[in-house]
Write a protein that binds this ligand. Sequence first.
Ligand SMILES: O=C(O)C[C@H](NC(=O)Cc1c[nH]c2ccccc12)C(=O)O
Length: 436
Amino acid sequence: MDSLTQSLEKLMSQLVAWRRDFHQYAESGWVEFRTAAKVAEILDNLGYELAMGRDVVDADSRMGLPDADTLAAEYARARQQGAPEKWLSAFEGGFTGLIATLKTGRPGPTLAFRVDMDALDLSEALDDSHRPFRDGFASCNPGMMHACGHDGHTTIGLGLAYLLKQNESRLNGTIKLIFQPAEEGTRGARAMVAAGALDGVDYFTAIHIGTGVPAGTVICGSDNFMATTKFDVRFTGVAAHAGGKPEDGRNALLAAAQAALALHSIAPHSEGASRVNVGVMQAGSGRNVVPASALLKVETRGESEAINQYVFERAQGVIDGAAALYGVKAEMRLMGAATSSSPSPAWVDYLREQASQVAAVHQAIDKVKAPAGSEDATLMMAHVQQNGGLASYMVFGTDLSAGHHNEKFDFDEQIMGVAIETLARTAINFPWTRGV
Ligand SMILES: O=C(O)C[C@H](NC(=O)Cc1c[nH]c2ccccc12)C(=O)O
């Protein structure tokens, strides 16, 4: 057994403890205060140079930020839930990103690895058929759950940090470990790109676990992310007596309901897959009042940027039409966005060679056909590629207890070791003098 595998075996119980801690204190996008502060503490102890908060997250480029009251309440809760005080304040107000840098002092390119830290807006299943509940680490934050594996991703970032530090003498150039907030809703990456976090990165790799890929399979160049636009629509009508003067009212609820149905019936596009989802609809204030307000949370997706744009434009038409039908006002607000991905072939080849060397990996392949979800790491990939760097996105297949975004989602924790070993090899075996 080689030394990396041995180190990982020793590290496994620590990895499981970290993952379960993040899982238990799940925090949604932009409120990952406790998570980020813990990550900072661990990375500082490992000897990394840290940049965090406003230095790596551009305030004005953040999308889909919760309101100020929510940010403050979540911050207070993080403190109560044991976030290390020394690091917490850097993240206050929703600046929950950080970057750990290892400068070897020897010449060579910059390799960056990106993981995400946020949970989903979903309440975890609290019953004995669900392992996190049975074993006492289910989310204690109602309405927030790690149902997409980002608790695992964060832990993979920490495990990678540990192994790379241990093997520092075998590295050259610079290693950057990027811990991103608010991937769900594709809200966070743009703000890190805008803060310059990706500038100067020569080789970029983002990762995900699961996504329906079988255990033993690693995808080294996911090219199937859909371009996406996330937006809220606020309909404003006129409240009126529903019995006495209904004709004075302007019904925002009906406008929202018509819009929801019509959005889901936008014609598909002949050139590729598309999606629409109205994920939230809230409306009205009382039984006998004509509803004067309604909110929709909507997303469009497309296999290409052009297809997403087509669906988004149709969606705008639908919303304006529904508003006109009921004489109400509709305001759209952009809440998130990401593009499709095209991994760099040479980097994919190199990643495939590295993944193939890991014992638990039976199959390292470039890609799978089916369109997947979306990912805002695609914005980081595009930025690196525009500046002449190479970028890719890897998926580490694993057994799941339920699908992503389901309240019984859980994964086989062994996958964290597989991902860490693959990424550590990627850096340690890197041909520093000639590049890839
Ligand atoms: O669009 C988003 O909000 C990002 C979110 N991202 C993921 O879920 C990660 C992901 C990407 N591809 C897959 C495929 C299956 C599960 C999860 C994923 C999504 O697609 O809803």
